[in-house]
Design a protein around this ligand. Structure first.
Ligand SMILES: Cc1cc2nc3c(=O)[nH]c(=O)nc-3n(C[C@H](O)[C@H](O)[C@H](O)COP(=O)(O)OP(=O)(O)OC[C@H]3O[C@@H](n4cnc5c(N)ncnc54)[C@H](O)[C@@H]3O)c2cc1C
Length: 365
């Protein structure tokens, strides 16, 4: 039976209405608001900021704006055309620029989003769906890492990535590390001191190993641990992103790691793990193994069309040598059938790679 013409027309109109209701038109910044923001920044900072390196708008150069916006954004879904875009992207090159941005956005009534590494699952660091117009403060130019091996510590600016931090530590020492996230492109700022990683069983979260912090509060005041007090210092180590101010940098405590660590990845298909016996054993045993051993499982779909299966990849880091690892595995988790470690990392650079397994970049969650 055919569909009548009026019904077709109604469907077409409904489709258009639905289409346009999903397509959000972002109120763009007026040129005068952009000028006001820049003028205001000049009032609240004495440190110059070359506009061509720090200030990006669609009006000035749409393709550069897009590049900067997308540079670290990890969730492709929030880069869709329909998503609201910031009126300005400002990349501070000095800490006083962050202070000035907070003061000025408040004065001008502009909502502010802050981005460090751009890994927010919901794109909260570069999209604001309710509060508009908004400005994006991108901290990627504030990424210094100063490692002090004598003091067992480092000051790390928010725009640095975990990979940079691990690399800088490894440049100075083969027996120091830091227990933060696994993915090397995670931002230090956005992890807000929480952050779980492959050394968490031995050393806890990154937040457990933070000694001090520099934060700018909602009034534009720069505070360190002594000035902010222990309550706020507790809250920022794991509290919600951008909830308590903008973190400029963390002082972290380095942890000891052996010169040689061992890693392995063992992958089983659904067919190789009948009844999920290995997976069930992992669930029971993983948290009870020696603290030096971290094993995570990554589930994936493998194969194509008619031949699909599910794989479970057991991805491990052991803070020690292969022989000791094999003893633990044979005794506590023989079901995995680990007969030989795939890699044994002995030198410094290999150790950095081994300590932090990398996930594929960019997803649509
Ligand atoms: C592929 C991938 C792998 C991941 N792996 C791990 C992992 O191994 N371990 C782990 O613990 N987590 C992991 N995460 C989660 C990740 O750590 C969090 O999403 C974290 O918030 C990302 O920090 P960021 O700086 O990269 O993100 P951003 O997107 O820049 O920021 C995240 C949130 O923090 C706010 N924020 C950013 N910078 C600051 C700042 N300087 N001061 C105050 N607020 C700020 C943002 O506004 C936003 O709300 C992973 C995420 C992804 C996408």
């Amino acid at each position: 039976m055919g569909i009548s013409k009026p019904l077709l027309e109604i469907s077409y109109i409904s489709f258009l209405a639905l289409y346009f209701s999903f397509y959000t038109i972002t109120p763009t910044f007026s040129a005068s608001l952009q000028d006001d923001f820049i003028k205001c920044l000049h009032i609240y900072t004495n440190v110059e900021f070359p506009l061509n390196e720090t200030f990006f708008t669609i009006e000035k150069n749409a393709s550069t704006f897009e590049q900067v916006l997308e540079s670290t954004a990890q969730n492709l879904r929030y880069l869709a055309k329909s998503m609201p875009k910031p009126g300005i992207i400002f990349k501070p090159i000095h800490e006083s620029h962050v202070q000035a941005s907070i003061i000025c956005s408040k004065k001008l009534g502009i909502h502010l989003r802050v981005r460090s590494g751009g890994h927010d699952y919901e794109g909260l660091s570069y999209v604001s769906q309710i509060e508009k117009p908004f400005i994006l403060i991108d901290l990627s130019k504030l990424r210094q890492v100063n490692v002090d091996i004598e003091d067992n510590s480092a000051w790390v600016q928010a725009g640095a990535t975990t990979g940079e931090l691990y690399y800088r530590i490894a440049e100075k020492s083969k027996v120091h590390g830091f227990p933060a996230g696994l993915c090397s492109s995670l931002g230090i700022g956005g992890q807000r001191g929480g952050a779980y990683g492959s050394m968490m069983r031995k050393y806890g979260l990154a937040g457990d190993n933070v000694l001090d912090a520099k934060i700018i509060d909602a009034n534009g005041k720069l505070l360190d641990r002594a000035a902010m007090g222990e309550d706020l210092f507790w809250a920022i180590r794991g509290g919600g992103g951008a909830s308590f101010g903008i973190i400029l940098s963390w002082k972290i405590k380095l942890v000891p790691v052996p010169k040689t660590v061992t890693v392995f990845t063992v992958t089983k298909t659904l067919e190789q793990d009948v009844g999920n016996k290995i997976l069930s054993k992992w669930q029971v045993v993983a948290a009870k193994l020696v603290e030096e051993l971290f094993i995570r499982v990554i589930l994936n779909v493998a194969g194509n069309n008619g031949n699909k299966t599910v794989t479970t990849s057991y991805n491990a880091l052991f803070l020690g040598k292969k022989g000791a690892l094999m003893k633990v595995m044979k005794k506590r988790f023989p079901e995995l059938g680990l007969i030989n470690t795939e890699r044994l990392c002995r030198n410094e650079l290999a150790r950095i790679r081994c300590l932090h397994f990398r996930l594929p970049d960019r997803h649509s969650y």
